[in-house]
Design a protein around this ligand. Structure first.
Ligand SMILES: [Zn+2]
Length: 388
């Protein structure tokens, strides 16, 4: 069955048209804040209901509850803080106006008016406790811990009204939860499996998608790559989307797959991020969620099966589809996993991104057991990786 949004109701914080014109005209009178790009993305996602039931940035009581219990004060599972730290370069005059009861304009880096924040609390938060609870570490080698250490010491809480959608680097339209739900209904899909990714697809990804599509309880899959601010060395957002478009166009039945970007910053929090990402996809209308090995992990910070196990600790009303690592086995002559193949790891073709990048940079042909040629052609273009 198609799932209800998390908390039962899809949040819609779009500012009505008449008020938008008025607020935009008054912009110069409002205190203006240019948050870190992650929070600009979050502003939009709160507004369109992707983070339902959140209607704004978290207050101290909510943050405390999330960090201690992995739940909102209502008891609803929620594992990821959604905060609005005040950037440390905010000028003193603006800083003085950021108080409870104030309205604050949230602008993107190009100073476009994205959201209006109704401040109800300004508070200091403990970065060490947050990092330890969410990321399981205080190690600055962890990319999100590094961001956290650089963030402002105080954060603003309050509801947000969405004034304008983001301008996306990918120049592609991004479905809102209301739009994806309408699209699934139009296709008569009741049971949609969400596929989380942040890299172009190789055969191991494709295998998991195909195995999912073979299931009797799956009407279609929603491929929903996270293409917000990524980390250095990641593929550029448009490259990930082009690669998926090539795979879908050349190999999948057109009526089984929907593809749309999800512009948020990646939280490499392993299990807590996996649960958060599943809740977000529930809001987009997906009742099943594909959880790969070490999902949302980075380095060796999380046990490879931790992201699988967290779905036993919290019932979010989504069916997790847990998959082992898959690979091409030379002896089987097929895609397989530890569940279906008896052969030693030396028989497997290495499908790591490292191996694929090495193969691409050397310029030779990559085996079709590793990468579809249509996808390889896209990854061979110049400047496909983020360099900063
Ligand atoms: Zn085998």
């Amino acid at each position: 069955m198609e799932p209800k949004p998390h908390g039962g109701r899809l949040v819609d914080r779009w500012m009505p048209e008449a008020e938008r014109s008025r607020r935009e005209a008054e912009l110069d009178e409002l205190p203006q804040l240019v948050p870190f790009v992650d929070q600009v993305y979050d502003t939009e996602k709160i507004g369109i209901g992707a983070y339902s039931p959140l209607e704004g940035f978290m207050d101290s009581a909510t943050l405390d509850s999330v960090l201690r219990t992995g739940r909102l004060p209502s008891g609803l599972p929620w594992t990821m803080p959604v905060l609005l730290p005040i950037p440390s370069d905010t000028d003193a005059k603006t800083l003085a106006r950021l108080q409870a009861g104030e309205e604050v304009a949230l602008l993107d880096a190009g100073r476009r008016f994205i959201g209006l924040l109704h401040v109800d609390e300004r508070f200091r938060y403990d970065k060490k406790i947050l990092a330890q609870s969410v990321y399981g570490t205080n190690d600055p080698a962890h990319p999100n811990v590094q961001d956290l250490l650089a963030a402002g010491e105080e954060t603003l809480a309050g509801t947000v009204d969405l004034v304008n959608r983001l301008t996306l680097p990918t120049e592609r339209s991004e479905l809102t939860p209301a739009e994806s739900r309408a699209l699934f209904a139009q296709k008569r899909w009741k049971n949609v499996a969400a596929y989380q990714c942040r890299n172009p697809p190789h055969t191991a990804h494709e295998y998991i998608q195909r195995v999912t599509l073979e299931r009797e309880d799956v009407d279609g899959i929603f491929i929903h790559p996270v293409v917000g601010r990524l980390k250095k060395g990641d593929y550029r957002p448009e490259v990930i989307l082009q690669a998926y478009e090539a795979l879908v166009a050349h190999y999948y039945p057109a009526d089984r797959v929907v593809l749309s970007p999800l512009t948020i910053s990646m939280r490499y929090a392993g299990p807590k991020a996996a649960l958060f990402l599943a809740i977000v996809r529930k809001n987009y209308g997906c009742g099943l969620y594909i959880v790969g090995r070490d999902q949302a992990g980075v380095g060796r910070f999380y046990a490879p099966t931790a992201a699988h196990r967290i779905f036993d600790e919290y019932d979010i009303g989504v069916t997790p589809l847990r998959y082992e690592e898959s690979f091409f086995c030379r002896t089987c002559g097929w895609m397989a996993s530890g569940k279906t193949c008896a052969h030693p790891p030396s028989d497997r073709i290495d499908t790591s991104q490292t191996r694929i990048r090495k193969g691409l940079s050397e310029g030779g042909e990559l085996p079709v057991e590793l990468l579809r040629p249509e996808v390889a052609a896209i990854l061979r273009q110049p400047d496909v990786l983020l360099t900063e």
